[in-house]
Design a protein around this ligand. Structure first.
Ligand code: NOJ
Length: 586
């Protein structure tokens, strides 16, 4: 039996700093369930087929009813939307497609009334090419202070016709684009780790540093409870932008691991300098009342490197992508839980758990594919299609396992309905990856299809009209919220019950979990995960044979149907149960 001190800060210097900086505040984020809202696809208030802030505000009671603690909003700022809003042209305003600034204020106020915290997205690695700074940089020419906010470089070759390095964009193609100078001649190149419409900022420039501290304050003053930091491991590049000709992967399931004998990270990821940025941001947040938080989107490997982002004077949480890409296998998941819990406890941070987001194939679909996990590249009509029933059964089992773990968990909009990815026709695809890879990579549109609220309404209640910026599959009608609410056993009611019990049992703030063996369970093929936490016994049967549940224990929640063998209750394969009772607490 192993004990993991997952959510408890260790008794070290780090512990003291945690409690000092927390100053007796609630530290709600340590155990919070945070629901990701993708504004384009959550709820459309005005019927133009694109979600918006008034639409979200009107649907906030759904999140309160579901029982989450907070929502995280993907970007809603002014943007040409060439990467769905992760290309920001003005960090202090709302894109007209989503509303106006007063709509953001109204959303924050309504969420707070409902007891929900609000985390907003911050995109500091790059701006949009429509940002005033980038326009000024192009107009000002080489050597100007305007250019020094970005990473402009002369090209190689006799006439500067070759890019400065071989770095490649995460979205495919080169990471450099050549400009035309104000006098019309071919000019310098600028770096973009993502789309060419997303020029990277130069974080060695103090003006950039000051600007983002100011943007933090802008939103903190408006009452937000935290920030999800986009590409948190990418802001600072290695000095001199050294050559790197391997793939620049990020959202493909390959974490930015350490390379070569020196075990150093690639020059664009996980550089030491990023930590200075986050220490300064932490100091800004700590000036504010309340319990504001920072969560890192950092695809780094191994988990000890990730833990460095959540040291006591840096961020509060980091997404656990190692868990997300893990196969649904008992040994693999147990290793993830143990390694993450250990690494996070060593710095006094809570572990986090996540199965889906706007960048990956939804877990209902992933687990329905023959590959059963990992991080596949979208879905095309001609690909092997998932088995929907298998996918949903596995997704429900995986969800009940995740929501029982100590720490904080992230839920992506629509997973509470068991939504699969939509299969988006090629001519409707919008992810820049599709074009940048010459149609080789399907991209992330499938997980971004608008959410169904009412089975019989146009656009399934996404908005007041039939318009939807990505086509919704027919099955979304069957899975709409109104088809599942108050229906015993529905995925929606399972999530609701799980979130209520998680709170009642204080599973998220449990100081740790104790792995346990059930009689005979250890021998079941594919494995069984069983642990006790906060007085509950959690059993995830990921093997191929039923598992006998302890006699006398009360079954609180189960992701499928229990079987019976005489008096004994059997947990079928691919099913998770939460129990309590004499046998569970003995
Ligand atoms: C990570 C975001 O989650 C993704 O959607 C975006 O495309 C990239 N960062 C670039 O901002």
């Amino acid at each position: 039996m192993t004990t993991t001190d997952a959510a408890r800060a260790p008794e070290t210097d780090a512990d003291q700093q945690v409690s000092t900086t927390a100053g007796g505040r609630g530290e709600w984020w340590r155990s919070a369930v945070i629901y990701q809202v993708y504004p384009r696809s959550f709820a459309d208030g005005d019927g133009d087929g694109m979600g918006d802030l008034p639409g979200i505000t009107a649907r906030l009671p759904h999140l309160a009813e579901l029982g989450v603690d907070a929502l995280w909003l993907s970007p809603f700022y002014t943007s040409p939307q060439l990467d769905a809003g992760y290309d920001v042209a003005d960090y202090r305003d709302v894109d007209p497609r989503f509303g106006v600034l007063a709509d953001a204020d109204a959303l924050i106020a309504r969420a707070h009334e409902l007891g929900l915290r609000v985390v907003v997205d911050l995109v500091p690695n790059h701006t949009s090419w429509e940002h005033a700074w980038f326009r000024a940089a192009l107009a000002a020419g080489p050597g100007s202070p305007e250019r020094a906010r970005y990473l402009f470089r002369d090209g190689r070759g006799e006439h500067g016709e070759l890019p400065p390095t071989s770095w490649r964009s995460v979205f495919g193609g080169p990471a450099w684009t050549r400009t035309t100078e104000p006098d019309g001649t071919p000019g310098q190149w600028y770096l973009h780790l993502f789309d060419s419409s997303q020029p990277d900022l130069d974080w060695s420039n103090p003006e950039v540093v000051r600007e983002f501290q100011d943007v933090l304050r802008f939103w903190l003053d408006r009452g937000v409870d935290g920030f999800r930091v986009d590409v948190a491991h990418g802001l600072v590049k290695a000095d001199g932008l050294p050559e790197w000709d391997a793939e620049t992967e990020m959202i493909t399931g390959t974490l930015a691991g350490q390379h070569g004998e020196s075990r150093t990270p690639p020059p664009m990821w996980d550089q030491e300098g990023v930590h200075e940025v986050y220490r300064a941001w932490r100091a800004v947040l700590d000036e504010y009342e309340g319990d504001r938080m920072l969560v890192a989107e950092a695809w780094v490997d191994p988990v000890e490197r990730l833990a460095r982002y959540v040291r006591p004077d840096e961020m509060h949480q980091a997404f656990n992508f190692g868990y997300l890409v893990s196969p649904l296998d008992a040994a693999a998941l147990k290793a993830q839980v143990e390694e993450t819990s250990r690494a996070m406890a060593a710095v006094g941070a809570p572990p986090t758990w996540v199965l889906s987001n706007h960048d990956v194939v939804r877990h209902t679909t992933r687990f329905g594919l023959s590959t059963a996990g990992g991080n596949p590249d979208g879905l095309a009509a001609g690909d092997d299609q998932p088995d929907p029933a298998v996918g949903l059964q596995r997704a429900r089992a995986a969800t009940l396992l995740m929501l029982a773990l100590p720490g904080s968990a992230y839920v992506y909009q629509g997973e509470e309905l068991g939504l699969p990815d939509g299969v988006v026709p090629d001519d409707a695809r919008q992810d820049p990856t599709w074009e940048r890879t010459g149609h080789e990579v399907n991209g992330r549109d499938g997980c971004r299809v608008p959410v169904p609220w009412e089975g019989d309404a146009p656009s399934f209640g996404f908005g007041p009209t039939a318009a939807s910026w990505l086509p919704q599959p027919a099955v979304y009608g069957e899975l709409a919220l109104d088809r599942q609410r108050d229906v015993p056993g529905s995925t929606y009611e399972m999530y609701r019950a799980a979130l209520r019990l998680r709170r009642e049992l204080a599973l998220g703030s449990s100081p740790g979990l104790d792995w346990t063996d059930l009689d005979g369970a250890a021998e079941v093929e594919g494995g069984v995960l069983a642990f006790r936490s906060s007085g509950a016994l959690v059993v995830a049967n990921l093997g191929g044979e039923p598992v006998r549940l302890p006699d006398g224990a009360e079954v609180l929640l189960v992701s499928g149907e229990l079987g019976h063998d005489g008096e004994a209750r059997l947990l079928p394969p691919t099913t998770t149960a939460w129990l309590r009772g004499p046998a569970a607490t003995a």
